[in-house]
Design a protein around this ligand. Structure first.
Ligand code: SAH
Length: 213
């Protein structure tokens, strides 16, 4: 598990690329610049790790494109100490970004294989989420609610009601909604029954799957 000078150089180029694409939040850019993305991928090839693209991580899943990770994280507006729920742990890369921002992270993954692998891997890099859960993200995590932010990292055919209800007042839900193509959507909870909705263009994710656990 090496992080060389060359890796660091490639990472700074990646930061420059996503910054040119419109990511402005310095804390998010710093997190991307710090996390050794190549270690989150089986092959570890820097040509794959430090280009702005999604990449297969096994079990038919992908590590999201760095720009997408940065875009979603920026929308979430994480403050230090915020309680954040992530749906779709996958490689744990997005989890690491949230931890770099000082969040208390709870993350749910429905693929056993990925769940086990990432549970072992993250602490090796010094990343300690509050809880990694093997389960169904559609249900959220009622026992730990409310959350200051919820981030869904798979394409949701619809917005699961439990996720809306597990948001704190003032909390933000960032979720790509749609089947083939998803619209990045931000909900801000303004009151018990009041949500503000904002839409941010098209993205493509692997699907949020139902009913496995
Ligand atoms: N955040 C991840 C992205 C992984 S891709 C990363 O940075 O690597 C999306 C992930 O969502 C996959 O690992 C997939 O198994 C998971 N997923 C799909 N449906 C889910 C569900 N209902 N509950 C929890 N996780 C789910």
């Amino acid at each position: 598990m090496k992080d060389t000078f060359k890796h660091k150089g490639m990472r700074q180029q990646l930061v420059a690329t996503i910054s040119e694409k419109g990511i402005r939040d310095e804390r998010v850019l710093a997190a991307i610049g710090k996390i050794p993305r190549h270690l989150f991928m089986d092959s570890g090839f820097i040509d794959h790790a430090y280009v702005d693209k999604a990449f297969p991580i096994g079990a038919d899943q992908t590590i999201s494109q760095p720009y997408t990770v940065a875009f979603q994280t920026e929308l979430l507006q994480v403050e230090k100490g915020d309680k954040i729920l992530e749906i779709g742990t996958g490689s744990g890369y997005q989890t690491a970004v949230l931890l770099e921002l000082g969040a208390k992270v709870y993350s749910i993954e429905r693929q056993k294989e990925l769940f086990k692998k990432t549970s072992k891997f993250l602490p090796k890099l010094g990343y300690r989420p509050k809880k990694l859960i093997f389960g169904d993200g559609y249900k959220g995590l009622p026992e730990e609610a409310p959350f200051d932010g919820i981030i869904v990292t798979a394409g949701a055919p619809f917005v699961p009601k439990p996720l809306m209800s597990q948001l704190a007042i003032g909390g933000r839900l960032v979720i790509p909604v749609g089947d083939e193509v998803q619209i990045m959507t931000l909900f801000i909870r303004k009151g018990e029954k009041e949500f503000e909705k904002h839409e941010f263009g098209e993205f493509r994710f692997v699907p949020l799957l139902e009913n496995k656990n």
